[in-house]
Design a protein around this ligand. Structure first.
Ligand SMILES: O=C(O)CCC(=O)C(=O)O
Length: 269
């Protein structure tokens, strides 16, 4: 759903520049043109946990307006950040294939939600997000692997959450924020405009949620959270309600995550 006018124009203009600079720095070693990228990467450039190494982005990720809306939508009192991430659909970038997010995350409980904050107006021309209405109400999750290239329609045709459903696309204006539940199926249109579609997202989950399984994820594997344990660490700090911003994690990111660091997905140190 869209919540209009969460941010002012001047806030968005400020954060747009901060995010652009952060992505440039994180991706400084990746000079590939769009055509040389994998199909997944042609959907978007991705930089995660920007809150750790960019203090200005920390203010955005932990902005209490986002946390308050997210907690009201989920109907829970306390939220943590699973991770944040910038998603840039480059000019000419391909669509984002249909999927839902929860199966990517080893979180047992499904009180999860993403805030999607665009830094430009978004329409059918530039990577508009679309949802399969009501799909979060079926409490089952289905892993659709969007990493390995374009998703084949045959993979989607039997999924009850989406098979008879028409996608609802939404226009967003600068300042608006879109929120989607972790079980909501969604997709995004290609970016047929000449400008990159820059978006920052924040994924929240209910405080007290537990690790569901041993599927690898940096948000739980960095701090060594075991299956069944509550996901509480400085890598996934409390996000709402808070009186002051969290500090960046003290523990250095180990070289087990070297690939992520080299790709600019995670902070270098
Ligand atoms: O920005 C996009 O193209 C896709 C966003 C998405 O899949 C998400 O935020 O979960």
């Amino acid at each position: 759903m869209t919540v209009p006018d969460v941010f002012t124009l001047s806030e968005i203009e400020f954060y747009r520049e901060v995010i652009k600079d952060a992505i440039k720095e994180r991706k400084q070693h990746d000079l590939r043109p769009l055509d040389d990228k994998s199909e997944y990467e042609q959907s978007f450039i991705q930089c995660q946990n920007l809150w750790e190494d960019y203090p200005a982005i920390r203010e955005l990720t932990f902005d209490q307006r986002l946390g308050e809306i997210a907690s009201n939508l989920l109907g829970v009192n306390k939220l943590r950040v699973w991770h944040d991430q910038a998603l840039v659909k480059e000019a000419g970038g391909r669509e984002t294939d249909p999927h839902h997010d929860q199966p990517y995350w080893p979180i047992k409980e499904t009180n999860t939600i993403t805030a999607w904050i665009p830094f430009c107006d978004v329409s059918e021309k530039n990577g508009q997000l679309g949802f399969y209405p009501g799909s979060h109400q079926i409490k089952e999750s289905q892993f659709i692997n969007i990493f390995s290239g374009k998703v084949d329609d045959s993979e989607l045709k039997d999924i009850p959450q989406i098979k008879d459903s028409e996608v609802e696309y939404q226009n967003l204006n600068i300042g608006d924020v879109s929120f989607h539940h972790g079980l909501t199926f969604h997709r995004a249109k290609p970016n047929n405009s000449k400008e990159d579609r820059i978006v920052h997202t924040v994924i929240f989950f209910e405080d007290g949620s537990k690790r569901s399984d041993d599927k690898f994820h940096f948000s739980v594997d960095r701090p060594g959270i075991k299956v069944g344990q509550a996901i509480r660490s400085e890598v996934t700090p409390l996000a709402y309600p808070i009186k002051s911003l969290p500090s960046a994690p003290k523990e250095k990111i180990s070289d087990d995550f070297l690939g992520y660091k080299m790709l600019g997905l995670l902070p270098k140190d």
